[in-house]
Ligand binder design. Structure first.
Ligand SMILES: Nc1ncnc2c1ncn2[C@@H]1O[C@H](COP(=O)(O)OP(=O)(O)OP(=O)(O)O)[C@@H](O)[C@H]1O
Ligand SMILES: [Mg+2]
Length: 503
């Protein structure tokens, strides 16, 4: 290698105050203009490594070199100034500011002037081939749009290295392509990327080199061309993994009782006259692009959207609007934005898993039975493979993927009968993904009814018995899962085909 690495880490270790050793003797070499993949199971240490590179964490040991020189970045500002833009796993945008204001937060001086800013914003949009309203408030954006704002923000500071921690975890196919295009275009112009993803197909097609972390150490490093998916999976999990089961549950009997009935549901949030039913034992997938209203439908059904109108019945009984009534009726929603809506970071795992129950406890029995709670948490940790020191660990101390599993556990063991999942495996590693899909199937097999939204149509086809395709807030097609394909769903979601559909 003649090139001086842009960034290199040698012998980097990181221990946290609670005793967790997240990295030990880790190394990494990113060449200028290259796209470098960083992969590993949930809890392997990827985000920790990235936070060290971003100046957000100080390493406990080892050295960081930037353009050949040893550096110590004491805070994220220092790293940013040197030319490292980091898009964290959980995008910390300012929700009350507009898109434009967010993009130029932390950008250099000239962009303070409103006119110059707008011109630069338009230029950035052209560079990434994306459209977004500069004056929209970030709080009103969908998660995928927020991700794009974060990418624009990185571009605005003119970074030499853009670090992306799971940028596409909740993006639909079209938006993923936007991200890939940006990465390819900018790396051709000399910007380097460090790219973390659980989507191994992305890593294989997008990166030049790849580093594999397992339990805090680098187990492999090399040119991506030397890998295929199987070899990468093997490196990540340290063993061969059986191919994820593609088998969807068998369609349920036509006379199985209807668990969830939705009639003429509409909302200004983008739900237009939606009606459907889910029977006991059924897993119904909702396939749609980002912005199609797929998550909004779940929120409206759950009663989280107070402006929604229409009827929701569980076991034939109408459910009043509001999450409290939904929980009482046996509904559970695992939201997409799990950090904001799903968990309390400062609580231990066990308490988070008991939350739905704690909420419904009457004041007469104000204290939960701790033994039962702890046991339930132990079970979730086992079933979902949550990497943690134990049920007492705080959720803020968990890796992103493991925190997701906690939210999942919170509802899974709460006795719900109608289960609504928004992107159930976003951010979850290859091994845990298979486990979660198995749990969904098991839940249905035990008589539960499941509604699942996923931007990965492959995943929908792996678990759903039936698929509803949504576009612009409406159900535009319905297909039995075994009679359709990813290609067909993509076509329908994009507004093509579907001649014989009750649109
Ligand atoms: N602030 C913290 N305090 C204590 N332990 C932590 C903290 N942050 C991370 N850890 C632990 O460090 C380990 C590595 O976590 P990290 O977030 O780097 O994983 P990751 O590879 O990014 O996983 P994921 O794919 O789930 O995002 C995990 O065991 C995690 O629980
Ligand atoms: Mg992470």
């Amino acid at each position: 290698m003649v090139d001086t690495p842009l960034l290199s880490l040698e012998g980097v270790g990181k221990s946290f105050p609670n005793g967790t050793v997240a990295l030990r003797g880790a190394r990494l070499t990113v060449l200028p203009g290259s796209v470098h993949g960083l992969v590993g199971a949930n809890g392997a240490g990827k985000s920790t490594m990235i936070k060290i590179i971003a100046g957000a964490h100080a390493p406990t040991s080892g050295t960081v070199r930037w353009k050949g020189e040893e550096v110590v970045w004491r805070d994220p500002g220092a790293a940013r100034k040197a030319g490292v833009a980091t898009i964290m796993q959980h995008v910390p945008l300012a929700p009350t500011l507009t898109v434009l204001e967010n993009v130029f937060l932390g950008a250099p001086g000239p962009w303070r002037l409103p006119r110059a800013r707008r011109r630069e914003f338009d230029r950035l949009l052209r560079r990434v081939h994306y459209e977004i309203d500069p004056d929209a408030e970030v709080a009103d954006l969908a998660i995928g749009e927020r991700q794009m704002v974060a990418i624009l923000q990185a571009l605005a500071i003119g970074a030499n290295l853009v670090v992306m921690d799971e940028p596409t975890a909740s993006l639909a196919e079209g938006e993923r392509q936007v991200v890939f295009d940006v990465v390819r275009r900018l790396s051709a112009q000399g910007t380097a990327f460090l790219y973390v993803s659980h989507f191994l197909d992305e890593v294989l097609s997008l990166t030049d080199r790849v580093t594999v972390l397992r339990d805090g150490t680098v187990v492999e490093e090399g040119p991506t061309a030397a890998y295929d998916e199987d070899r990468l999976v093997q490196a990540i999990v340290g063993r061969d993994l059986l191919a994820a089961e593609r088998r969807a549950p068998a369609p349920v009997a036509a006379d199985a009782p209807v668990a969830l009935a939705v009639r003429n549901l509409s909302s200004p949030a983008g739900v237009r006259d939606v009606s459907f039913e889910v029977r006991r034992g059924e897993v119904v997938g909702i396939a749609g692009l980002l912005g199609s209203g797929r998550s909004e439908i779940l929120h409206a059904v759950y009663g989280a959207d107070s402006r929604a109108r229409g009827e929701v019945l569980v076991d034939g009984r109408p459910v009043r609007r509001g999450p409290r009534a939904a929980v009482a009726a046996g509904m559970a929603l695992v939201p997409e934005d799990r950090n904001a809506q799903g968990i309390v970071g400062a609580f231990p795992i066990w308490k988070n898993i008991s939350l739905p129950d704690l909420a419904s406890l009457s004041s007469a029995r104000a204290l939960p039975r701790e033994a039962a709670e702890a046991e339930r948490a132990e079970r979730a940790i086992r079933d979902l493979g949550i990497v943690c020191p134990g049920p007492e660990a705080l959720v803020t101390e968990l890796s992103g993927g493991n925190a997701q599993k906690v939210v999942f556990g919170k509802w899974l063991y709460g006795g719900a009968r109608v289960f609504m999942l928004d992107e159930p495996t976003a951010g979850v590693d290859v091994g845990a993904k298979a486990d979660i899909l198995d749990l969904v199937r098991r839940f249905a097999a035990e008589g539960g009814a499941v509604l699942v939204v996923s931007s990965e149509f492959e995943e929908i086809l792996a678990v759903a018995t039936r698929v509803l395709v949504v576009r612009e807030g409406r159900i535009v097609a319905e297909r039995p899962a075994h009679e359709t394909s990813e290609e067909e769903l993509l076509m329908l979601a994009n507004g093509f085909g579907g001649a014989h559909d009750a649109a």
